[in-house]
Design a protein around this ligand. Structure first.
Ligand SMILES: [Zn+2]
Length: 309
């Protein structure tokens, strides 16, 4: 509690030091030519909230913070910037402060503070039965599991310092969703974990498509995830695809939205063939279904490329 009130105190001081009056809470506000907005308007636990900043004049940098992450802003057309804010599944709900600072070319700093109404998400609970070797892995598999963990850590450690992704996002498979994000799972009555992606139904051999443009950073047969593909989309946005039958891309390869990367399978810790899709933002898995539904509008860089005829 003490930490929380001291954060509020620091922000209060920053606000007092502003030349502008303290802003009222709300979704959007104009201050010294800066407007801040976000979607979803009322985000939920596990969402990737998208923060949009519109600023007039010559801007050198846009910075921000929400919950426990510094926001990585990228340009989104003239005078506009966006950033993803990954919200933990266990985040405290209620009013949460969002701060944005716009730094001008001359070095002037304009800070805005808003309050975001964070809603709870109704996460399910489920019991699953899997091969016992995924509950207590055999001794000889332990080194492999350790190597897997290291490989995954390294794959997520660095990300391209540019936006590789573009709109619209592509749904990786046709199948219906069979298991939602964030479910608390008990495997064989013993191991508890949380489902950090979403499962889609599929038959072995069905094609899997990349959600958007990016670069393959891991393509490997992992003990728990089975044959898997990890794609970096830049600025620490990653997508992961688990349990494939075949991997059809290589590490270092550039892929495009909708490009085939492999086929549905039942490799690793599964109860049957399906695709597990994970979306990871700044080190945190977010709800892929709600991510795919975000209304980001036209992509200023790629959205208007099509010929008008
Ligand atoms: Zn899954």
């Amino acid at each position: 509690m003490r930490a929380r009130s001291s954060v509020g105190f620091v922000l209060g001081l920053l606000l007092l030091s502003n030349a502008w009056p303290a802003p009222a809470f709300g979704q959007e506000r104009q201050e010294s030519g800066v407007a801040v907005s976000w979607i979803p308007e009322k985000p939920e636990q596990g969402d990737a909230m998208v923060v949009t900043v519109e600023a007039e004049g010559s801007v050198s940098k846009v910075e921000g913070r929400f919950i426990d992450r510094d926001l990585i802003f990228f340009p989104w057309g003239e005078g506009s910037w966006k950033a993803f804010a990954p919200i933990p599944v266990g985040a405290r709900t209620g009013e949460r402060p969002l701060t944005v600072t716009v730094v001008s070319q001359e070095g002037g700093r304009s800070q805005s503070r808003a309050s975001v109404a964070l809603l709870p998400h109704d996460f399910q609970e489920t019991e699953l039965r899997v091969d016992p070797r995924f509950i207590k892995p055999p001794e000889e598999e332990r080194p492999r599991i350790r190597r897997d963990r290291q490989m995954i850590r390294e794959a997520f450690a660095v990300s391209k310092d540019e936006r590789l992704w573009r709109l619209p996002f592509v749904r990786p498979v046709e199948g219906r969703r069979t298991s939602p994000f964030g479910t608390r799972r008990t495997f064989n009555g013993e191991i508890r974990s949380r489902h950090m992606g979403v499962d889609f139904d599929g038959r072995p051999g069905d094609p899997i498509k990349a959600l958007t443009d990016g670069e393959v950073v891991l393509a490997h047969d992992l003990y728990y995830a089975g044959r898997s593909v990890f794609i970096d989309h830049g600025h620490h946005l990653f997508t992961v695809y688990f349990h494939l039958t075949d991997i059809e891309v290589e590490v270092g390869e550039r892929v495009e939205a909708g490009q085939r990367i492999g086929t549905v399978g039942a490799t690793g810790r599964v109860t049957g063939p399906h695709l597990h899709l994970g979306v990871r933002v700044q080190g945190r898995y977010v709800n892929p279904e709600r991510f795919l539904e975000l209304s980001l509008g036209d992509d200023p860089r790629h959205g208007r490329k099509k010929d008008v005829d």
